[in-house]
Ligand binder design. Structure first.
Ligand SMILES: [Zn+2]
Length: 132
């Protein structure tokens, strides 16, 4: 794909003059700088999340190897369990998912992903210990 800027020949001198006149405080830069900051914040957040996923993957693999090495479970049993837990929300999609559960306090339906019941504010008991 080729970069195409139809305004380039006509506006390039204006942009250059704008920069020369205003420097980094030009109206153009005032529009671009917040976008750069937002992009840098998002890049930083993505790096942090990748690091967190890497650490969790390492912890899961290590825990699995400890369990596997006891000789009580095979990798096929682990795969079966993963599929069973995955299907609890009705979809085999590689995600834990959420479910409609009954609030223990008010007995109304609420979502398992919420920390508190949407009706009464009572803490929602999670169905899964690692549910986020
Ligand atoms: Zn409730």
């Amino acid at each position: 794909m080729r970069f195409c800027n139809r305004d380039f020949p006509a506006k390039a001198p204006l942009l250059a003059m704008n920069y020369y006149t205003w420097g980094t405080q030009s109206p153009v830069h005032q529009k671009i700088d917040p976008l750069k900051n937002k992009s840098n914040e998002q890049d930083s957040e993505i790096r942090a999340l990748r690091g967190q996923v890497d650490r969790l993957t390492l912890a899961c693999q290590s825990m699995w190897e400890l369990i596997r090495d006891t000789g009580n479970f095979s990798e096929d049993e682990l795969k079966s369990k993963i599929a069973e837990v995955d299907l609890r929300d009705g979809a085999l999609d590689g995600k834990l998912g959420s479910a409609v559960i009954e609030c223990k306090s008010c007995k109304r339906n609420t979502n398992s992903r919420r920390e508190c019941c949407v009706w009464c504010g009572a803490e929602v008991e999670r169905a899964h210990i690692f549910e986020g």
